[in-house]
Design a protein around this ligand. Sequence first.
Ligand code: GLN
Ligand code: ZN
Length: 751
Amino acid sequence: MKTSVIGYPRIGKDRELKFASEKFFAGEIDEAALQAVAKQIRKEDLLKQKEAGITYISSNDFSFYDNVLDTAFLFNVIPQRYKDLGLSELETYFALARGYQGEKGNVKALAMKKWFNTNYHYLVPEIDDDTEIRLVGTKPVDEYKEARDLGVDTKVAVVGPFTFLKLAKFTGAKKIADVSGKLTEEYVKLVSVLTSKGADLIEFDEPYLVRDLDASDIELFKNIYASILANKNGAKILLQTYFGDIRDIYAEVIKLDFDLIGIDFVEGRKSLELVKSYGFPSDKALVAGLVNGKNIWRNDYKKTLSALKEIGVENVVLGTSCSLLHVPYTLDNETKLSDDYKKHFAFAEEKLTELAELASIAGTDYEGSEVYKKNQSLFEGRVNSEDKEVQAKVAAITDADYVRLPVFEEREKIQKQILNLPLFPTTTIGSFPQTSDVRKNRQEFKKGIKSREEYVEFNKKKIAECIKLQEEIGLDVIVHGEFERNDMVEYFGEHLNGYLFTEKAWVQSYGTRNVKPPIIWGDVSRREAITVEWSKFAKSCTNKPVKGMLTGPVTILNWSFPREDISIKESILQIALAIRDEVLDLEANGINIIQIDEAALREKLPLRKSDWYSEYLDFAIPAFRLVHSKVKPETQIHTHMCYSEFTDIIPAIDAMDADVITFEASRSDLQILDSLKENNFKTEVGPGVYDIHSPRVPSVEEIVAALTKMREKIEDSKLWVNPDCGLKTRGNEETVKSLTNLVAAAKQIRG
Ligand code: GLN
Ligand code: ZN
C-alpha cells in the first residue's frame, strides 16, 4: 500500500529555524545564513521521510512563518503599505508577518488567526481593490527542484485557492466573486510552471471544505477547479482535506476530475459514512487519513486496519489525518521519559514508521505478523492511570456548583466600591518580558544548579522590580509578571497529578513561537498550592491591587495532548476542580482580583456550527463557571482570550459569568465591539489597545484613537485599558515605552 504525508514539521528538530530567524531579526546573521539553516531543515525532513519509505512526500510544506502568508506572497497579495517600505523580499515577507518599525517606516502586521481547530496561527491575507493578483513567486518550484536534487521526487503542496479566498479579508469594495477568476488563472499558471519543471503530482490543500458550506461556496469551488482540472498539463492533482469530513461537498467532489482525494478519517466523523453511501470512483485514489496528525498516542493497528477494510476502496493510499506540523519531531529527543511511557507515543518521526508498518501489512493476513503483535501488546490492559477519588469528585458535581451568586450586576456594584479603581482602569495580561536572566534562573533551578532558595529569591527580586516598574508607569491593577512560568499550561501541568512532560516536544504555534504541550496521562488533581506563594509576595510589595494569574481548565486541556480513553468533558472537569482549589486558596490569601486565562477557549470549537453547543460549549462554559462559582462577591474574576473571533459566540462568553474579560482586538478590526453592544454584553471588557505580537511601540495618539472608537460601543464604566496579550515575548525597552503610552492614553481620555 502506498503512503502519504500531508506535511512535516519545519521548525527543525532542535528549533533551529526559531533561533536562526530570531538572530536574523536582531541583525546578527544575514539572509544567506538564515536561508542555509532553512535549507538544511528541509533536507533533513525530506530525507527522513524518504528513508521511512513514504510514497508521497510534500515539498513546499516548509515556511519561514506561515503557508497562507507564503501563498499570499506567491500571488502578489501584498498590501501597498508593505511594498512602500522598500525592503528586500524576505524582509517584506517578515514585515507582513510581524509588522515593521524602523528607518523605512512604521506598519502593523497582518491579522493572525487560529488555523481551523488547532493552536497554529495563519496570517490573514488582505485583498483590497488595488490588489493585483499575479503569480510572482517561485517558492513551490524552487522547493520542488531542491527536493529533486536531493533525490526526493515530491508532490508539491500548496494552499488551495478556495481555502485561500475563504480565509482572506476583503478590505475594499471587491468580494470573492470579483477576484476568484483571476486567482484561478494564476493557479493554472502555477500548475503549468510546476509541470514544466517536471512536477507530476500537485496537492491542493483545501481544509475549508470541512466547514459548513452553502450553495455559493460549492459553486465557487466547482468553478475554480473546473479551470484547474481542465489545465492539468499532465500532472495528477490531489485534493487534500483535513480537520473533519466534507459532508457538504463530498458528492460533488467525487464527480470532479481529481486524481486523488485526501479525506480525514480521524476527525471526520462522517467520512466513512460518506464513502459508504456515495461510493468512491474507481478511477481515483483515496488518501485515507488514518494516522492522527494532531495527537501523540500510538496508532492502534487493529482499528486502522479494520477501518481500511471497512472503507473498502480498492485504490487506497494510507495517509496522515492532517499535516504532522501539529506534532513534535521525534521521541529520540526525549531522554528523561521512561520507555514505559514512550512506547505509547508517536511523534512525527514515529508516525512515519507507523505509516510504513501499516502499509506493509495491510491487505495481508496480518494478525500473525510480528509488527502487528508488537503493536497490539501496547493496548493490552489499561494504558492511562486512574484516580478513584478524582472520579468520585467529578461524579458529585451538582448544578449548583456551576452557578456563582449573587448575580453579576450586584457583584459589579460591590466590586466597584471595594476596589475603587479610576475610570478606564489600566492593567496588563500577566506576563512581563521573559528576558534571558529569567529563563536562565528557571533552567538552572531545573537542572539542580540553583537551590530552591536561590531560585525563589531571584524570582522575588524580579517580582519586586516588576511591581515597582508598574507603579512608576502608573498602572492601576498590578501583576507579578509570571517569571516562574515557562508556559501558561506546562507550568500548571507540572503542579498537577496526571501530567507527563517532554524536553523537546516543540510544536509551532505562530512564526518563531513554539509551544511544548504537556501530555495528560491520567486522572488530574492538584497536588499543592501552585501560584499562591508568588501572588502573596507580590501583594506584600505594593498597596495597589494585585491580580492573581491562573490558566483556566479549557485552555489547559486544549493546549495539552489529551487522553483519548476518556471524554474531553471528563478531563476538563477534572482540571476545573483542581484550578478551583487554587482560586479559593488565592482568595483566602487576600488576592481579590483573579484572572483565569482561557486563551484557547475557542480552539476546540467544532468547525461546524451545528455542533458548537452540543459537542463543546455546553460543557466548556460550565467548566469555567465551576472554577470560580465559590468565590465571594467582592472577588473580581477576570478572564482573557486571544485571537478569539468570538463575535459569534458572545452569549456563551457572557455565560462564563466572569466580571471582566480582556481580549485581542488590535490586530483585527473592532467589529467585535458592535456584537458586544448588540448582545448587551454584561461583562466588563478590555479589548487590547495594542498588538504585543510585534515589537512595534504604539503611540499615545494611536491608543487614544482606539479607545475613542471603543467608547462608542462600550459604556465608560465597563471599559478597561490593556495590551492584547501577555508581554513575555517582548523586550524590556519596548514594553516600558508601550505601557507608558498606554497609561498616558488612559489619562488623556479620563481628562
Ligand atoms: N497570562 C498569560 C500571559 O500574560 C496569558 C497568555 C496568553 O493569553 N496567551 O502570558
Ligand atoms: Zn492572550
